[in-house]
Design a protein around this ligand. Sequence first.
Ligand code: CA
Ligand code: CA
Length: 287
Amino acid sequence: MRRLLLVGTLATLLCVPAIAGSVVLTPSKDNSIYADNAARSNGMGPSVFAGASGGGSPRRGLMAFDVAGAIPAGAVIESAVLTLNLSHGQPTEAAIGLHLLLADWGEGASSSGGPGSGGGGGAPAASGDATWAHTFFDTAFWSTAGGDFAGAASASQNVSTPGSYVWSGAGLAADVQAWLDAPASNFGWLLRGFEAGGGASKAFSSRNTPDAALRPALTIEFAEPAVCGNAVREDDEQCDDGNNVDGDGCSSSCTIEAGTAIPTVGEWGLLLLAAGLLWLGTRVFRN
Ligand SMILES: [Ca+2]
Ligand SMILES: [Ca+2]
């Protein structure tokens, strides 16, 4: 019992960083839109396209992740890394930018077919699919055809031959933080490639590709906020006595209350030193 009390006391004296964690998310939805045909989409297809067809018609990818469903509210996003598998496409090197989407969009039942079928032309849009014109085919529309998205990319990566590529940096972490803090504004990213000429179309494995290892993966590292009342002194808490009661020395917001200061580690050390000297003194004078 005495040991338990000691451990409890130490827990309130030592300050530890709040809990850190990481999650890997596959998209909650993904799709492709096609400039040359506003009635085509690729909701359930195995690939997400970005760039332009051989004929020079742009394609753009759409991808969203349920961040708030996987990370506790109030957490601080420390990093976000998106890994995509470039499955096929023309080998020309091209930058693929991730742009913050500003409007909601859908993933319907359209599919351009399984892996190996190419699928760069998409398939007839199904109900609820995003297209070049529609956020949800065929009843709701983008403000601007081709998607409503931030002009500046949050992250960019050059891709060329098939393989795994990553996008990272402060811009992605800021987007993920915003999605966690305001889930209603989470519409994901638009993948934009080189659109000024033909010959730079890129196909990335989608969440619907059969091989789970090739699907898009968003790796997020985060720190959970300190919890006042959990008997662990975290981050900038002055104390944590395991409750949310005022007037007992440690307030309900984990600040030390006036006149009832809990000794610091240094003060405990001095106290122990004084006790030791006292004990030594009694030994010396006894002899
Ligand atoms: Ca999809
Ligand atoms: Ca705490």
